[in-house]
Design a protein around this ligand. Structure first.
Ligand code: NAD
Length: 258
């Protein structure tokens, strides 16, 4: 590319197809709307079938949308996701591994089943879906995988051992996939959101003391709105980020800088 070639078209996702897991709530909904507004067809994978709000947000938006219900902790259901997207839109160019869960409990009382459920969704499903999508992307010599990390990819936190373990693992998995897929022109990066106002953070926002402690440590001074991630996901899904690979990009109001 020469300097003259560059234009805002480098950020366009026109004609691309994106899978977004957990794409009808919270941060996932923001990724879905952002990618569709940038021109992508969106294949929205959801745990339930409460699609109305997201459909409403997508009405009149450029990209087409298809909703697909799947429990991603069930491997049989997970295996059908990439083929279903390829059946619908012909391919997959972008995979956003957003679905995730968190279970809070003191370490000494932590239940095995909570450990297993969190790891199955936050780690196993990301690995398996990425591998399935990568097979399509490698064949086409193009693709973007965007994992969702966390501040808990860098810090330990409290009361959430499998969440912290899974989000640290996401940083490693991002680099591991990036290294192997780079030669096939597939880029793998992660977004590490700071503290956003979604269901995931509802319990800590409801705890006045904890919420005040967190806000006092965020240089930006507030929990973020999901819309504050929309530019980042479009950038990582687009040609504008083609030389970015294996990176965990914090969008955290400066939290890690403290
Ligand atoms: P959320 O609870 O709204 O989103 C989680 C999504 O995962 C939901 O759409 C849910 O339906 C889906 N999901 C849960 N179990 C599933 C299953 N078994 N199969 C398929 N889908 C399933 O919360 P959120 O805050 O939007 O979280 C989205 C992602 O962002 C998660 O990976 C989370 O760890 C990460 N994250 C959130 C924050 C934050 O501040 N909110 C910060 C850092 C990272």
């Amino acid at each position: 590319m020469s300097l003259q070639d560059f234009s805002l078209d480098y950020f366009s996702l026109k004609g691309k197809t994106a899978i977004i897991t957990g794409g009808n709530t919270g941060l996932g909904q923001a990724y879905t709307v952002a990618l569709a507004k940038a021109g992508a067809n969106v294949f929205v994978v959801t745990h339930g079938t409460n699609w109305e709000e997201t459909k409403e947000l997508l009405s009149g938006v450029e990209g087409n949308a298809e909703f697909h219900q799947a429990d991603l902790s069930d491997r049989e259901q997970l295996k059908k996701v990439v083929p279903a997207c390829v059946d619908t839109f012909g391919t997959v160019d972008i995979l956003v591994n957003n679905a995730g869960t968190i279970r809070r409990n003191p370490l000494l009382e932590y239940k095995d089943e909570d450990w297993d459920d969190v790891i199955a969704l936050n780690l196993d499903a990301v690995y398996l879906l990425s591998q399935a999508a990568a097979k399509v992307m490698v064949e086409r010599r193009a693709g973007k995988i965007i994992n969702i990390a966390s501040m808990l990819s860098f810090q330990g936190g409290k009361f959430i051992p499998p969440y912290t373990a899974s989000k640290h693992a996401i940083a490693g998995l991002t680099k591991s996939f990036a290294n192997e897929l780079a030669e096939h022109n597939v880029q793998v990066n992660a977004i590490a959101p700071g503290y956003f106002a979604t269901k995931n953070t509802a319990p800590i926002r409801a705890d006045e003391k904890r919420s005040a402690e967190i806000i006092s440590r965020i240089p930006a001074g507030h929990f973020a709105d999901p819309s504050e991630l929309m530019g980042t996901v479009v950038y990582l899904g687009s040609k504008a980020s083609d030389y970015m690979n294996g990176h965990v990009l914090a969008v955290d109001g400066g939290w890690l800088a403290r």
